[in-house]
Write a protein that binds this ligand. Structure first.
Ligand code: PMP
Length: 405
């Protein structure tokens, strides 16, 4: 079977939009994905039918909201194959999930400890660890990126030692589309007993994420990159670690008892969820994942691969185009520069033709420096993109090139 892309597109109202009279071609999915009608409906239903605070309410609406909110947690648990539901912590997104762990780590690190990240991080997965290491006087190492845009795994292995406390790396690079061998990298880190955090912002919608199979300790992702709303995400972590992790935000929900002088903490997941949670968005994210999970994963992967393969073929024949990132295993993001024209001009001129891409440093300045570019033009695919859109993209890019020449 192949993915019924036409039927999928029908479910995304925004894809019917026109930009200056031209059909929208949305190729900015690594920044955020569009939302199917069922996700929009779930949000509207929440706010029109049972908007309420969760857990403590003594009324019908609070019961309904609590049931759906906790039900969404179960949907996430099953989707990523987490062993326990209390390991699924609601966050505002990947950034908050990583900060939660880095903030706690800063209190656990000593000056002799080492942390390893890679040269292809989004700023959310490097600045956080820089800060944690600085606070503790610990050392931060980075794994170099090869010319093809893959991690130098020999250097990675050689950096691991008994002082390595934590290793953090992206499942998929948001700039290059590189899919990293996260299971293998985790196995290596476990040989020296290091904790492993996977930045799943770009991996969650493209891979079959099974946290038990990966063997990592933490996996963070954002709801808006997998057809859910903005402002909600998930930090999954091993229960034995999360139950001990230094709390970072304090307040309501996360406490067990409070006196005027002291407090004790609630059990998981609540001890890491201070304050009123983002109930409606969490429920809608549950709906997004239910919707996405009902698709055939092999069909999804095959379709995304077909888009990437066609884009690569057309790019190779495109005069003056330099691909940034040519990893063997690549999904979602496709970055390039043209020998004529700044990426920002390329983005502007494509927008005039109804095509939405992203240009700039993609929150990965060290990676841009590595490739000696100020930024790239990046198109990024989702399941609703078509091969025809890829063809149209390169036809439009030809016009851009003529305009810039
Ligand atoms: N890591 C990666 C790889 C990303 O692509 C992003 C979002 N572009 C983030 C982290 C941060 O995600 P958010 O802004 O949703 O917290």
């Amino acid at each position: 079977m192949s993915l019924d892309v036409a039927a999928i597109r029908e479910q995304f109202p925004i894809l019917k939009r026109e930009i200056d009279g031209k059909p929208l071609i949305y190729l900015d999915n690594a920044a955020t994905t569009q939302k199917p009608q069922c996700v929009i409906d779930a949000l509207v239903e929440y706010y029109t039918q049972y908007n309420s605070n969760v857990h403590r309410g003594a009324h019908r609406l609070a019961d309904e909201a609590t049931r759906k909110f906790e039900g969404a947690r179960d949907i996430i648990k099953d989707f990523i194959n987490a062993p326990k539901r209390e390991e699924v912590i609601w966050t505002s997104g990947t950034t908050e999930g990583i900060n939660m762990i880095a903030n706690g780590l800063a209190k656990l690190l000593t000056a002799s400890d080492e942390v390893i990240v890679t040269g292809m991080e989004h700023h959310a997965n490097i600045v956080t660890w820089q800060q944690a290491c600085k606070a503790a006087g610990a050392t931060l190492h980075t794994v170099p990126v090869t010319d093809k845009g893959e991690l130098d795994l020999e250097v990675y292995s050689s950096l691991l030692n008994e002082n390595t406390k934590l290793v953090a790396f992206p499942h998929v690079s948001n700039s290059l589309g590189t899919v990293n061998p996260i299971k293998w990298m985790t196995e290596q880190a476990k040989r020296v007993d290091a904790w492993v955090l996977v930045d799943g912002a770009q991996g969650i919608a493209h891979g079959n994420v099974d946290v038990q199979d990966i063997g990592c300790d933490f996996y963070a992702f954002s709801g808006h990159k997998i057809y859910g709303p903005m402002g909600v995400g998930v930090l999954w972590g091993r229960a034995d670690l999360l139950a001990q992790w230094p709390v970072w935000q304090t307040g309501g929900e996360m406490i067990a008892t409070v006196t005027l002088q002291d407090a004790t903490w609630n059990v998981l997941p609540y001890r890491l969820e201070a304050g009123t949670p983002n109930v409606g968005d969490a429920i809608a994210l549950g709906e997004a994942i239910r919707w996405f999970d009902a698709l055939d994963h092999a069909d999804v992967a095959a379709h995304e691969q077909a888009l990437m393969t066609r884009a690569t073929e057309l790019a190779k024949d495109f005069e003056g185009l330099r691909m940034i990132g040519e990893a063997e295993d690549k999904v979602g993001a496709f970055s390039f520069v043209l020998d004529e024209g700044h990426p920002a001009d390329i983005g502007f001129l494509l927008d005039r033709q109804g095509i939405a891409i992203r240009t700039g440093d993609h929150c990965a300045q060290p990676l841009m420096a590595r490739f000696n570019v100020p930024g790239t033009a990046r198109m990024s695919f989702s399941i609703y993109n078509t091969l025809d859109e890829v063809e149209q993209f390169f036809a439009a890019l030809k016009k851009v090139r003529m305009m810039l020449a």
